[in-house]
Design a binder for this molecule. Structure first.
Ligand code: FAD
Length: 454
């Protein structure tokens, strides 16, 4: 009887899992393992708590056989393979710069012992690096990428594995206890599927028209399950197609949003340095603000005390829930980069520290999109107006009041402009830390000054 190792990373599920099916071939007993790599989990953040909760769920679905080991995968994985007598270690291919480097090192370490790292599938419907132009180059712009991605198509979901023969008796550390309760409906594979199917039945139809309304909670909120691989985009795409064969507006738009996730993974695959450096060099000479006064303003942004209610509501939701609506991610990122004139990695780092769905490809390229250094550069003169954005996308002020108790005394849209109401600022809400119109002009002047310099 053979034994194989299945090393879980961003794929914490059993359904639609090609690497699991591969590890079961030849009737193998499967050792499921997760490595607590201190380079990634050195200090506990909301995201590590969420990960531990998801691992607790995986421990249950693997009949309590999940093996947890701490250390550097370059030694932990080859040691485990040797210990259990497995000739291959199965993974879903990792596509981030860190993951690729790590896996190459693990593969080399396994090879010294005659063992193999076998990668099957990725966290994406189409593996990064696959969608290429006729000339064989990567796409730099989203729309043609999305068209080619749809034309390429994707495989259907992998069949459910049925009863897996998990190996028993392999030593495991005790899984760190998550501060997040595993009873929370938001954690684990079954919860992800349930959330998805509710969205499909109740929200998809109106998704195109309502997805921009943070006050209505109309998006899928699947970014967190997708981050941990509790659900795979192939499953989503197949079920959208089956549910909505005629391709309604909601189905079309939702598919396009998933294409953004695939696009940014592809951009990162092609440009590993763009994780923390400007993708394009158009703004290399742009002057950014720094120093103690800027630090004070950035702290106010981080804590949701800028005096702009829509911005502050988003930043407070991030701190409280570890999630923020896409509209708010754009508005708050614009505020940091264009009202406070701060280089985007400062904000990207803060988001990654707090977002439960924090993903280096989507987050850092989302930031670059807003900052104007990334793909599809929006015209540099597009600076989000935080008040107008609030009035448009939270017309009754409900979202702002939910997150800012100091503004609950203001009714309707008045919550977006407390400085206009008598006593509006009297409940502890701060004055605006900068004047948006003035900073917008400053941004435009700075951009003008560097145009054509590269
Ligand atoms: P839905 O509207 O239900 O969309 C469905 C799925 O499509 C999402 O779960 C996500 O996987 C994908 N998606 C939607 N919009 C985008 C997008 N613009 N870029 C990439 N994928 C998208 N998304 C993350 O998953 N992790 C991040 O760290 C992240 N950081 C961001 C930072 C900034 C500055 C910006 C502007 C966007 C960021 N996004 C990030 C993208 C987007 O905001 C979130 O995916 C979305 O808000 C998650 O909510 P949802 O699952 O309800 O989305």
């Amino acid at each position: 009887m053979t034994v194989s190792v299945l090393w879980f990373r961003r794929d914490l599920r059993l359904g639609d899992h090609p690497a699991l099916l591969e590890s079961m071939k030849a009737d193998a007993r499967v050792v499921p393992v997760f490595v607590l790599d201190q380079r990634l989990l050195g200090h506990r953040t909301p995201r590590t708590e969420r990960l531990f909760a998801s691992l607790a769920d995986l421990h249950e679905t693997t009949d309590g056989r999940l093996v947890v080991r701490s250390g550097d995968p370059r030694t932990v994985i080859p040691d485990l393979a040797r210990e259990v007598g497995a000739s291959s270690v199965h993974v879903s291919r990792e596509t981030t710069p860190f993951g690729r480097r790590r896996d190459e090192a693990v593969e080399a370490a396994l090879a010294t012992d005659g063992r193999h790292l076998v990668a099957t599938g990725t966290p994406y419907a189409v593996g990064p690096g696959r969608i290429r132009t006729g000339a064989g180059t990567a796409y730099k712009v989203f729309t043609p990428f999305a068209r080619a991605w749809r034309e390429h198509g994707w495989p259907g979901p992998a069949p459910h594995p049925g009863a897996v023969r998990w190996a028993s008796g392999v030593d495991s550390e005790i899984l760190p206890r998550a501060a997040t309760s595993t009873d929370s409906p938001a954690v684990g594979e079954a919860a992800a599927l349930a959330r998805w199917r509710t969205f499909l039945d109740e929200r998809l139809a109106d998704y195109r028209t309502e997805r921009d309304r943070p006050d209505l909670d109309t998006t899928s909120r699947l970014s967190i399950p997708l981050k941990y691989g509790e659900i795979h985009p192939r499953t989503l795409l197949a079920e959208v197609a089956a549910h909505d064969a005629a391709g309604s507006a909601g189905a079309e738009t939702f598919t396009t949003e998933l294409a953004w996730r695939e696009f940014y993974a592809d951009v990162l695959w092609e440009n590993p340095d763009s994780a923390w450096h400007d993708l394009r060099d158009n703004l290399t000479h742009l002057p950014y603000d720094r120093g103690p006064e800027t630090d004070r303003l950035v702290d106010a942004w981080r804590e949701g005390r800028t005096g702009y209610p829509f911005v502050d509501a988003g930043m407070r939701q991030l701190l409280a829930e570890g999630w923020m609506h896409n509209r708010l991610r754009m508005v708050t990122a614009s505020f940091l980069t264009k009202d406070l004139h701060v280089w985007w990695p400062v904000g990207a780092r803060h988001f990654l520290d707090h977002l439960l769905d924090g993903d280096i490809a989507s987050n850092n390229h989302g930031w670059q999109w807003v900052a104007g250094t990334g793909t599809d550069a929006a015209p540099y003169f597009r600076v989000f107006n935080p008040v107008k954005q609030g009035l448009r996308f939270d017309p009754d002020g409900g979202y702002v009041r939910r997150w800012i108790p100091e503004l609950r005394h203001l009714e309707g849209a008045a919550a977006h402009e407390p400085w206009r109401s008598a006593g509006g600022l009297g409940h502890g809400y701060p004055e605006r830390i900068v004047d948006h119109d003035q900073e917008r002009r400053e941004t435009l002047a700075r951009h003008e000054s560097v145009r054509g310099r590269n």
